[in-house]
Write a protein that binds this ligand. Sequence first.
Ligand SMILES: *Cc1c(COP(=O)(O)O)cnc(C)c1O
Length: 659
Amino acid sequence: MSETNAKKAAWTSADAEELYAIKTWSAGFFGVNGKGHMAVYPKPDSELEIDIPEVIEAAVAEGCTFPLILRFQDIISARVRRLNLTFQEAIAEAGYTGVYRSIYPIKVNQLHEVVAEVMEAGKPFNLGLECGSRAELMAALALIGDDTLLLCNGVKDHSMLSLMLNAQQLGQQVLPVIEKYTEFEQLMVLADQRGLGADQAPRLGVRVKLSTRGSGRWFESGGSSSKFGLTVPELVQLVSVLEERGIADRLELLHFHLGSQIADTQVLRSAVKEIAQFYADLHERGIRVQYLDVGGGLGVNYGGSYGGEYEDVDSSINYGLTEYANVIVFAVQEICAQRSVPEPTLLSESGRALTAHHSMLVMPVLGVHRPDTPPMRELPQSGDVPVVVRRMQIAYAEAGKVSTRGALTEVIHDAMDAHQEAEQLARLGYLNVEYLAHTESLYWSTAREVLRKFRELEIDPVPVEQSDLETQLTDLYLTDFSVFQSILDHWAIGQVFPVLPLDRLDEEPRRRGQVVDLTCDSDGKIDQYVSSLSNKSWLPLHDFRPGEPYYLGVFLVGAYQEILGDSHNLLGRVGEAHIYASEDEPGNFWIEEIIKPISIKDMLSTVQYFPSDLDRRMTELIRRKIEAGVVKPAEGMRILNNYNKRLEDTTYCDPEAVR
Ligand SMILES: *Cc1c(COP(=O)(O)O)cnc(C)c1O
């Protein structure tokens, strides 16, 4: 063996960046710093770096508990600027005569601080909002200024339409986007009831059902079978009614939405052209629609398809912002030129692309379960050694000697066979628990040895036996979070999110791990990872050292996850720290706000267990026990106090207490 071969180069932070495919999903906002820590680079035009473990330390000092959402507010503004500037560049390059305005759909993340940050950053660009339900409308109405465009999609009832008409009376730029023909009829009835003349008639937009269908997971959102939008005959009918009423100029916007994570810009181009034709038709008919709204769907690359043959198109996007903007601008321009109509104001309702990057979840590992622990047990001394145990001993001895693929395969087959037989015999009562424990230990030692030797052979493609062993020998990293609360889309639709250690990235992660959560649900785990390995069913992780914190971060969780989350096992809303970057602060950051996680008390109230009632029941129970002499009064009161104090705790584990 040559010397270079024998001595591998030392592991560096760059290797970690490569292994966890950080460049593919970070959009430049995250990386590994010189200390082997995950770091944030929240300001694209500056080198400013924030060390994530330092932020965690500061947040804990402020009283934060885990799991913890860190929001990097500067990333929100960076994304808003980037989207708008990219469209401005595309428009300038094309010589397009209209402008672009982005509309933030608040369903993506309604948290007040997030919406406020988006609006603040969007001010110079005239950014608007979109809402899709009663509660969202109520929130948005109070946030917008006179010039902020507010679009309301989704199912609209009488009360919502009436609120929107009120807003229009106040001079606010609120447009109902008609999804169903009956909404339009109701809107007209309302206008008549209020006696609104032609000069005060309702302003509106229309969502059109296109024949172009989306692609990817959410393709049902577009196309003629989607649940939203007017058909072409309905659109024509609506236009005729407006004309009869002499208020055709009130139709101000045409909209479509293909669904989230548009996978293919060809589909987008075709949809944009289709709606641009409708726009041109209306113009020829004398209706000067002002806005062309291409909906949401601008994709975020979660890193799903990096390396290897495993391809997850919904988690990886193969186009950038520039291409997205160019496709829209050029397609509209082309149709407008062909049809000799003026170029409209372009709107996009990009949500995911604005908020996904800004937040991350920090979760401590509580412990690790290794399938092959505890280590090898001594053979019990008494009696004859059963045949099945002898077989396992032979397999183990062989594993130490052989090294060819064929021999290794044979050894592992023998071991698996003996393993199964031992379990069967134990079930039937023919093998005592001591012998069973011994065979188990031997089996795992054999498996580990065989796997090690398979790896050395570097067989391509990897033999089935080897990949089975990889799976069997994966460690379970029990982690303080709930998949259902914090990354629901992973469970629901297999959405992949980048997960990786936040520290020790200058140390090679030598263990294969699977991250499992606190819920008592076998689905409560992460089973696809972002990495440059071809097998993405496990994550390379470091040895967990009990007593030493080991934090994992889940990235790109700022869109949808936080609000989709549910309370499986009553694991509730997690705490948050909102971080701003600043060169003037030690560590380049300051914590602007902390939001406490939901307490056990409040969580229980949501399912009708009220603290006063729980207290009354526990008090009665303890009084009875004191009377019966089971505990002394002082002890009884201590037990009661402890119970009541715990009601104030968070719904998650205290990592200190577990260690
Ligand atoms: C959900 C939704 C959006 C946001 O889509 P993203 O993929 O997050 O950009 C935009 N418009 C409408 C009508 C929506 O329903």
